[in-house]
Design a protein around this ligand. Structure first.
Ligand code: ADP
Ligand code: MG
Length: 322
C-alpha cells in the first residue's frame, strides 16, 4: 500500500511545483475564495497551501489520506464529464508518502478542526485543533525518503520559479479567487479577486493593461474567451501564452499554431503574442486526461478549434492598420 503510494508519487510528484499544483487544485475544488501558498528553500524544506474552502470532517480528512479516496466521482459517467480538477484520489496519499505531511482541516460550520500528521505516508498522530474554517496542508522535507528524487531537484531559485509559473497560470484560470505566493518569507505576489483584465495587468504588468482586447467567439460548440494584448499598443517584446482548455492549463500544438498564425504579421516585426485564452469544448470533443501531469490534449475536431482561435484573434488585432 505504502509502496504503491510511493510509486504513484513518482508519477504525480515530480517536484515542488507538482505538489503545489495538486494542493491548489484541491483548494479550488473545495470552493475557496482565498489561497495562500508558502514555500521555503524552493519547496524542499516546506510547502504550505492554506485555503478557506469547504474543509473536511475528521472522517473525510482520514479518508483523504487513503488511495483512491476521491470525493469527486459519484458515478462512472462522471469520469467523462469532469467539472472538478482532481479525479483520481491519488494526490494526497502520494504526496504524503514522500514527505512529512500535516493536514489540518475544519469543515464550514464545525466547532473545531482535525490535524493529521504522517511521515513517509504512515499516520503518526491525529488530533483536534483550533483553526479557521478551511484546509491547510503542510509538506515538509519533500523526498526525504526517496534520495533518487531528491537528487533531481534543481536549485531553490529554479524550483521557486516553477512554483511561481504554475501559480500564475492557476491565478489566470480563476480571477475570482485571491492568490498569495510567499517564497522564503517574501511576498512574490498577492492578487485580489476581480476581472480577468485586472488579473492579467496585476501579473503581467500594468503597462499592458491598456493594450488588452477581449476575445469572444463560439462556433460549432467551441467557445473561445479571453484577452489579447495588441502588440502595437503594448510595446512588450516578450510573449506570454496562457492557454486553457475546459479550465485546465494546456500547451497544445494546434492551439499554439493558431495563435502564431493570427500574429504572423507581428512576429515578422519581432513582437510576440500576449494571449490568455480559455477554450471550452464539450467533454466528448477533447481528451485531456491522458496523464495527470501531461499538458496535452487531443481534439476530435482539430480544424474547427484551430480556425475559431485564429479567427477571433485576427479579428481582435485587426482595427489598427499596419
Ligand atoms: P482528488 O482531488 O483526485 O479527489 P486528492 O488525493 O487530491 O484526490 O484528494 C482526496 C480528497 O481529499 C478529495 O477528493 C477531497 O474530498 C479531499 N480534499 C483534499 N484537499 C482538500 C481541500 N483543500 N479542501 C477540502 N477537501 C479536500
Ligand atoms: Mg486532487
Amino acid at each position: 500500500e505504502n509502496l504503491t503510494n510511493k510509486i504513484a508519487a513518482g508519477e504525480v510528484v515530480e517536484r515542488p511545483a507538482s505538489v503545489v499544483k495538486e494542493l491548489v487544485e484541491n483548494s479550488l475544488d473545495a470552493g475557496c475564495r482565498d489561497i495562500l501558498v508558502e514555500i521555503e528553500a524552493g519547496g524542499r524544506r516546506l510547502i504550505r497551501v492554506t485555503d478557506d474552502g469547504g474543509g473536511m470532517s475528521r472522517e473525510d480528512a482520514l479518508l483523504s489520506m487513503e488511495r483512491h479516496a476521491t470525493s469527486k466521482i459519484a458515478s462512472d459517467d462522471d469520469l467523462f464529464a469532469l467539472s472538478t480538477l482532481g479525479f483520481r484520489g491519488e494526490a494526497l496519499p502520494s504526496i504524503a508518502s514522500v514527505s512529512r505531511f500535516t493536514l489540518a482541516s475544519r469543515r464550514q460550520g464545525s466547532i473545531e478542526g482535525t490535524e493529521i500528521y504522517a511521515e513517509g505516508g504512515r499516520i503518526k498522530e491525529v488530533k483536534a485543533c483550533g483553526m479557521a474554517e478551511g484546509t491547510a496542508i503542510t509538506v515538509r522535507n519533500l523526498f526525504f525518503n526517496t534520495p533518487a528524487r531528491l537528487k533531481f531537484m534543481k536549485s531553490a531559485e529554479t524550483e521557486a520559479g516553477h512554483v511561481g509559473d504554475l501559480l500564475t497560470r492557476l491565478a489566470f484560470s480563476r480571477p475570482d479567487v485571491r492568490f498569495t505566493y510567499i517564497n522564503d518569507g517574501k511576498t512574490v505576489f498577492r492578487v485580489l479577486n476581480g476581472t480577468l483584465e485586472e488579473r492579467v495587468a496585476a501579473l503581467l504588468g500594468r503597462s499592458i493593461a491598456g493594450a488588452l482586447y477581449p476575445l469572444d467567439a463560439s462556433v460549432e460548440g467551441v467557445t473561445v474567451r479571453g484577452l489579447v494584448a495588441r502588440p502595437d499598443v503594448s510595446r512588450s517584446a516578450a510573449g506570454h501564452l496562457y492557454t486553457f482548455i475546459n479550465g485546465r492549463f494546456i500547451r497544445d500544438r494546434v492551439v499554439q499554431h493558431a495563435i502564431l498564425q493570427a500574429y504572423r504579421n507581428f512576429l515578422e516585426r519581432g513582437r510576440y503574442p500576449i494571449v490568455v485564452i480559455f477554450i471550452e469544448v464539450p467533454a466528448g470533443e477533447v481528451d485531456v486526461n491522458v496523464h495527470p501531469t501531461k499538458h496535452e490534449v487531443r481534439f476530435r475536431q482539430q480544424g474547427v478549434v484551430h480556425d475559431v482561435i485564429q479567427g477571433v484573434i485576427e479579428e481582435a488585432l485587426r482595427p489598427t492598420p499596419w
